[in-house]
Write a protein that binds this ligand. Structure first.
Ligand SMILES: [Zn+2]
Length: 137
Protein backbone atom coordinates (compact mmCIF):
# COMPACT_ATOMS: atom_id res chain seq x y z
CA UNK A 1 0.00 0.00 0.00
CA UNK A 2 1.53 3.30 -1.07
CA UNK A 3 0.66 6.12 1.26
CA UNK A 4 1.01 9.86 1.07
CA UNK A 5 3.92 11.28 3.09
CA UNK A 6 3.35 15.01 2.66
CA UNK A 7 0.22 17.04 2.01
CA UNK A 8 0.00 20.32 0.16
CA UNK A 9 -2.58 22.84 1.35
CA UNK A 10 -5.20 24.44 -0.75
CA UNK A 11 -7.39 27.10 0.79
CA UNK A 12 -10.66 26.94 -1.08
CA UNK A 13 -13.97 28.74 -1.00
CA UNK A 14 -15.83 25.56 -1.96
CA UNK A 15 -14.72 21.96 -1.83
CA UNK A 16 -14.08 20.85 -5.42
CA UNK A 17 -15.81 17.85 -6.99
CA UNK A 18 -12.55 16.21 -7.98
CA UNK A 19 -10.14 15.94 -5.11
CA UNK A 20 -6.47 15.13 -5.64
CA UNK A 21 -4.57 12.68 -3.48
CA UNK A 22 -2.06 14.49 -1.29
CA UNK A 23 -3.96 17.78 -1.15
CA UNK A 24 -5.57 19.12 2.00
CA UNK A 25 -8.53 21.33 1.07
CA UNK A 26 -9.19 23.92 3.76
CA UNK A 27 -12.56 25.62 3.53
CA UNK A 28 -12.67 28.34 6.19
CA UNK A 29 -16.09 29.57 5.13
CA UNK A 30 -17.63 26.29 6.25
CA UNK A 31 -14.98 25.45 8.88
CA UNK A 32 -14.29 22.18 7.10
CA UNK A 33 -11.14 20.42 5.94
CA UNK A 34 -11.36 17.70 3.28
CA UNK A 35 -8.74 15.35 1.88
CA UNK A 36 -8.52 11.93 0.30
CA UNK A 37 -7.41 9.20 2.69
CA UNK A 38 -3.61 9.24 2.85
CA UNK A 39 -3.37 5.47 2.42
CA UNK A 40 -4.34 6.00 -1.21
CA UNK A 41 -7.69 4.18 -1.00
CA UNK A 42 -9.45 7.24 -2.42
CA UNK A 43 -12.00 7.64 0.35
CA UNK A 44 -12.92 11.21 1.17
CA UNK A 45 -12.05 12.32 4.68
CA UNK A 46 -14.01 15.27 6.04
CA UNK A 47 -12.81 16.85 9.25
CA UNK A 48 -15.12 19.57 10.55
CA UNK A 49 -13.42 22.29 12.58
CA UNK A 50 -15.08 23.04 15.89
CA UNK A 51 -14.17 23.08 19.59
CA UNK A 52 -15.31 19.44 19.85
CA UNK A 53 -14.13 18.21 16.43
CA UNK A 54 -10.79 19.07 14.84
CA UNK A 55 -8.49 22.03 15.29
CA UNK A 56 -6.39 23.47 12.50
CA UNK A 57 -3.00 25.05 13.00
CA UNK A 58 -1.58 26.94 10.03
CA UNK A 59 1.86 28.47 10.41
CA UNK A 60 1.88 30.20 7.05
CA UNK A 61 3.32 27.18 5.27
CA UNK A 62 2.27 23.92 6.82
CA UNK A 63 -0.94 22.64 8.34
CA UNK A 64 -1.43 20.60 11.50
CA UNK A 65 -4.73 18.94 12.35
CA UNK A 66 -5.60 17.81 15.84
CA UNK A 67 -6.56 15.18 16.90
CA UNK A 68 -5.41 12.35 14.64
CA UNK A 69 -7.35 11.11 11.62
CA UNK A 70 -8.92 7.73 12.42
CA UNK A 71 -10.62 6.31 9.36
CA UNK A 72 -12.20 3.37 11.09
CA UNK A 73 -15.36 3.64 8.99
CA UNK A 74 -13.31 2.91 5.85
CA UNK A 75 -12.18 -0.58 4.83
CA UNK A 76 -8.54 0.58 5.11
CA UNK A 77 -9.03 1.61 8.79
CA UNK A 78 -6.02 3.88 8.43
CA UNK A 79 -4.98 6.10 11.30
CA UNK A 80 -2.51 8.94 11.03
CA UNK A 81 -1.53 12.35 12.25
CA UNK A 82 -1.20 15.42 10.05
CA UNK A 83 1.53 17.51 11.65
CA UNK A 84 3.23 20.30 9.75
CA UNK A 85 1.67 18.86 6.57
CA UNK A 86 3.59 15.61 7.18
CA UNK A 87 1.79 12.32 7.64
CA UNK A 88 2.75 10.27 10.66
CA UNK A 89 1.20 6.84 10.56
CA UNK A 90 -0.29 5.62 13.79
CA UNK A 91 -1.41 2.21 14.90
CA UNK A 92 -4.69 0.76 13.72
CA UNK A 93 -7.70 1.34 15.90
CA UNK A 94 -8.72 -1.55 18.04
CA UNK A 95 -12.48 -2.01 18.47
CA UNK A 96 -12.36 -1.00 22.13
CA UNK A 97 -10.38 2.15 21.27
CA UNK A 98 -12.99 3.09 18.70
CA UNK A 99 -15.75 2.61 21.25
CA UNK A 100 -13.85 4.63 23.87
CA UNK A 101 -13.21 7.43 21.40
CA UNK A 102 -16.87 7.57 20.37
CA UNK A 103 -17.93 7.78 23.99
CA UNK A 104 -15.42 10.58 24.63
CA UNK A 105 -16.65 12.47 21.58
CA UNK A 106 -20.24 12.10 22.70
CA UNK A 107 -19.39 13.35 26.19
CA UNK A 108 -17.55 16.32 24.74
CA UNK A 109 -20.57 17.18 22.64
CA UNK A 110 -22.94 16.78 25.57
CA UNK A 111 -20.78 19.21 27.49
CA UNK A 112 -21.49 21.86 24.88
CA UNK A 113 -25.17 20.99 24.57
CA UNK A 114 -24.62 19.33 21.21
CA UNK A 115 -25.64 15.69 21.37
CA UNK A 116 -24.73 14.58 17.86
CA UNK A 117 -22.01 11.98 17.82
CA UNK A 118 -18.87 13.23 16.09
CA UNK A 119 -17.37 9.86 15.31
CA UNK A 120 -16.84 9.65 11.56
CA UNK A 121 -20.01 8.41 9.97
CA UNK A 122 -19.81 8.58 6.23
CA UNK A 123 -23.50 9.37 5.91
CA UNK A 124 -23.20 12.52 7.98
CA UNK A 125 -20.05 13.49 6.12
CA UNK A 126 -21.73 13.07 2.78
CA UNK A 127 -24.50 15.36 4.01
CA UNK A 128 -21.92 18.03 4.84
CA UNK A 129 -20.31 17.72 1.43
CA UNK A 130 -23.73 17.68 -0.21
CA UNK A 131 -24.62 20.90 1.56
CA UNK A 132 -21.36 22.52 0.49
CA UNK A 133 -22.04 21.54 -3.10
CA UNK A 134 -25.58 22.78 -2.94
CA UNK A 135 -24.46 26.17 -1.72
CA UNK A 136 -22.08 26.57 -4.61
CA UNK A 137 -23.19 29.15 -7.18
ZN1 LIG B 1 -7.59 4.69 3.23
Amino acid sequence: MTGVATLTNEFVEYVPDDLSVGVLYVCMQYATVVHLCCCGCGNQVVTPLSPTDWSLIYNGEAVTLHPSIGNWSFPCQSHYWIRGSQITWAGKWMPDQIAANRTRDRRAKEGTGIVEEVAPKSGAWRRIIGRLRWLRP
